[in-house]
Unconditional design. Structure first.
Lengths: 114, 112
């Protein structure tokens, strides 16, 4: 069974960075891209980007190119998203989602607060 | 970027009623190889989204057959033939034909 286990809630100060993890199991980690999706409170879904764990190649939505950095560690089957220069607009739940998004993590909340 | 417009934004239904959700794209989602990368997801309250339909009309794993998808080009429809209580939540379409991937704004299905 495919499982994506995300790290716990994060609180970050304005201007700081946070890093969220997504540990994958139940499939070969390098076989599928990992997507990241943002959901602001009470809002819809926004695609941030994906990473191909086999090659480390990435693709980002233009809006997130300076905000998010996607990485993957094939030794631990874990994907990461780092969010930098945090502002209140980054307060949201962030999901990892596999391939065509047929499996999702449980979401990780990020709260930006001073 | 491709804009996906979902209508209606809110849908009220009774149990057993059949309903449809429209997803209209600002560009054709048919690629040069003849594939159409249009997907439907359901997000139940407090849960992560789940895949319902892939490639326009294919049921995701474990998805009941009361769900069906259709359409082509720029116009797509998700139909639920006989709403059940567990179907309540927000439905999203998503396209992956054109970079970047984009989602529709969502359709909230609620009980009448």
């Amino acid at each position: 069974e495919v499982q994506l286990q995300q790290s716990g809630p994060e609180v970050g100060r304005p201007g700081s960075s946070v890093k969220i993890s997504c540990k994958a199991s139940g499939y070969t980690f390098t076989d599928y891209v990992m997507n990241w999706v943002k959901q602001s409170p009470g809002q819809g879904l926004e695609w941030i980007g994906w990473i191909d764990p086999e090659y480390g190649s990435t693709d980002y939505a233009e809006k997130f190119k300076k905000k998010a950095t996607l990485t993957a560690d094939t030794s631990s089957n874990t994907a990461y998203i780092q969010l930098s220069s945090l502002t209140s607009e980054d307060t949201a739940t962030y999901f990892c989602a596999l391939g065509v998004m047929d499996a999702w993590g449980q979401g990780a909340s990020v709260t930006v607060s001073s | 970027d491709v804009v996906l417009t979902q209508t209606p934004s809110t849908l009220s239904a009774t149990i057993g009623q059949s309903v449809s959700i429209s997803c209209r794209s600002s560009q054709s989602l048919l690629d040069s190889a003849g594939n159409t990368y249009l997907y439907w997801y359901l997000q139940r309250p407090g849960q992560s989204p789940q895949l319902l339909i892939y490639l326009v009309s294919n049921l995701g794993s474990g998805v009941p057959n009361r769900f069906s998808g259709s359409g082509s080009g720029t116009d797509f429809t998700l139909k639920i033939s006989g709403v059940e209580a567990e179907d309540l939540g927000v439905y999203y379409c998503m396209q992956a034909t054109h970079a970047p991937r984009t989602f529709g704004g969502g359709t909230k299905l609620e009980l009448k």
